[in-house]
Design a protein around this ligand. Structure first.
Ligand SMILES: [Zn+2]
Length: 583
């Protein structure tokens, strides 16, 4: 998931909880006095299963790309555990997705010298049928317009096309900040910002596009039609270069010419040699297989309610991942968190008042399609959600919880948070239904109180999310154990709450107060301009002429999207999903 900055926090965010005015009764229900909360704490911290579960899921089953066999294996594995724990479980298919099997990626520079390069196929890339393809490289040129580009296109025949800008330095900006002279840092920042900007213009001039989720875009398809042997991209997780040795690996729409993601360093090497006429030649051997149409489905665990079985407390995290590493923090840890919370609840609170249900969604990374399909297909459950808790923010401790744009939801959430032991208690973050690009939004769009759990970031954005380094070792188990315990506690207090959250919506257009509760940043030393700020200064963002900004969404007069579940899809590949999803 990625975060966007909310410009408008809600007036409702400042609504004070009932407990604020009635402090004593809330305190009386605190963890120390409540046997279920005490038991959850003891079980969650002292006999956590998170490490064994995570090791099996990340290392043995591995990454869980939508449409892959390992996604299905992960679902089977989840269901086996739920059955062993006496928890009801089922899957529900909502459509199909293209199936694909990742094999090996071998990329060697073979001339003018030998070096094996750090590279990985993009997801859904065609392979080379296990055979060597040996070919030279060519760089996407700067052309005047699409007519000139069409004239140039035959040059790619039989070559590997370098499609990305090459960074002059693959050291992170933070190192330039601490080690370089101010003049030297300013020079490097300017160089990188200009290179990125000029490259954007270079792509635009072709008349085709590239985007974040499909980084080869329609340009990659045009190159393969012109006979390219393959395309190569370099995709640092932060476009300004804030990480050592990580690159993001998303997907391609190429069908014949393989699409390869390469490290910043090796891509730079190829780019410099190509530019200076040193004629690098690559030998590429890729094993990848399309496996036809695969079922797209969600996996559930259910502990039935005893008093209000038709009201739901929903736990939520996506099961799918990108597949260049193990998908450990995006979102293996969310998966393990929710699984462990269900195990704890079954032991400490086996007869909940309301039904407690966990959704392990398929297809979050390819457009949140699993949660959207479920929210659309089950309006009765959506209306009956007493509380939902979604986690997709990496391995870190849950520090804040976002409200869902419902004033009464904020009051309930604040009250529940006060019931948790102080040492693990997250803060209330503010309230907005659309904060965070992940699965809770499928439900908040319909006005359900589905809350986003916000974690300590642990350099998630630069190092792990969607990268070649999202592996088991990055998991912080003390944080994960605490999270499972906190979520189990929240599920318990929400299940026991005598009242049901009123669906009256906040006015999202109302002016908002400043967020409260966060530490104000007081830098200890003067901070020079970041590359992002420099970029905005040199090349201020402007909408492209003729581009529509609304993404065909409709909004009501309170600022809520009225077009659920077909809200914004972030990676644009909905080609194999029929939407709306009812079938
Ligand atoms: Zn995620």
């Amino acid at each position: 998931m990625t975060y966007f900055i909310i410009r408008r926090l809600l007036a409702a965010a400042s609504a004070l909880s009932a407990c604020f005015f009635a402090f004593t009764p809330c305190r009386a229900q605190s963890a120390a006095n409540d046997p279920v909360l005490s038991r959850l704490e003891t079980l969650g911290i002292d006999s956590s299963q998170t490490e064994n579960l995570a090791q099996a899921l990340m290392d043995s089953i591995g990454p869980r790309l939508a449409g892959s066999a390992s996604f299905a294996a992960a679902s089977d594995w989840l269901m086996r555990h739920y059955r062993n724990w006496g928890i009801e479980t089922r899957t529900e298919q909502y459509g199909t997705w293209r199936g694909w099997k990742r094999g090996h990626t071998h990329v060697d520079l073979v001339s003018p010298r030998l070096r094996s390069l750090e590279a990985t196929m993009l997801a859904f890339s065609p392979g080379t049928g296990g055979a060597d393809v040996t070919a030279p490289t060519v760089i996407l040129p700067l052309v005047k317009d699409n007519v000139e580009f069409a004239r140039w296109l035959p040059n790619v025949k039989g070559k590997f096309v370098l499609m990305s800008p090459a960074y002059p330095s693959c050291r992170p900006e933070s190192e330039w900040q601490t080690m370089a002279t101010p003049e030297s840092k300013a020079r490097m920042d300017t160089a990188i910002v200009r290179i990125l900007h000029d490259w954007g213009a270079r792509v635009d001039a072709t008349g085709y596009e590239m985007n974040i989720g499909v980084p080869t875009g329609t340009l990659g398809v045009a190159l393969e039609k012109a006979g390219a042997a393959g395309v190569i991209i370099s995709n640092m997780t932060d476009q300004f270069g804030e990480a050592w040795g990580t690159w993001a690996v998303f997907e391609t729409h190429n069908a014949r010419a393989p699409a390869i993601a390469m490290s910043c360093e090796d891509y730079g090497l190829l780019s410099r040699m190509t530019e200076r006429g040193q004629r690098p030649v690559l030998r590429v051997n890729l094993d990848a297989r399309p496996t036809g149409s695969s079922p797209a489905f969600n996996t559930f665990g259910i502990i039935n309610g005893t008093q209000k079985p038709n009201e739901y407390v929903f736990l939520s995290a996506h099961l799918d991942s990108w597949d260049s590493s193990e998908g450990a923090t995006d979102n293996g840890t969310g998966t393990i968190l929710m699984m462990e919370a269900m195990r704890l609840l079954k032991l400490a609170y086996p007869h909940p008042k309301r039904t407690i249900m966990v959704g392990h969604w398929g297809g979050e990374e390819v457009g949140e399609i699993g949660s959207r399909a479920f929210a659309f297909d089950h309006p009765a459950i959506g209306n009956a959600i007493a509380a939902g808790f979604n986690q997709d923010g990496g391995t870190g401790r849950i520090q804040r919880v976002w409200g869902a744009g419902l004033p009464d939801g904020d009051i309930h959430l604040r009250k529940w948070l006060t019931m948790l032991p102080e040492k693990v208690r997250p803060n209330f973050a503010g309230s907005h239904p659309y904060v965070g690009n992940t699965d809770h939004r499928a439900f908040t769009c319909y006005g359900a109180p589905f809350f986003l759990l916000n974690s300590v970031r642990w350099d998630n954005d630069a190092y792990t999310q969607h990268t070649n380094r999202d592996s088991f070792d990055k998991i912080v188990f003390d944080d994960l154990k605490q999270n499972a315990t906190v979520v189990a506690m929240l599920a318990y207090v929400a299940s026991e709450d005598p009242t049901f959250i009123d669906r009256t919506r906040a006015d999202l257009n109302a002016p908002s107060p400043s967020p409260t509760g966060g530490a104000s940043a007081t830098p200890s030393q003067p901070v020079t301009m970041t590359r992002a700020e420099l970029s905005e200064k040199l090349f201020p963002w402007k909408p492209k002429p003729g581009a529509t900004t609304s993404n065909s969404l409709a909004w009501d007069n309170l600022g809520w999207i009225t077009t659920c579940p077909n809200g914004p899809r972030f990676f644009g590949d909905s080609s194999n999903v029929r939407a709306p999803s009812r079938r």
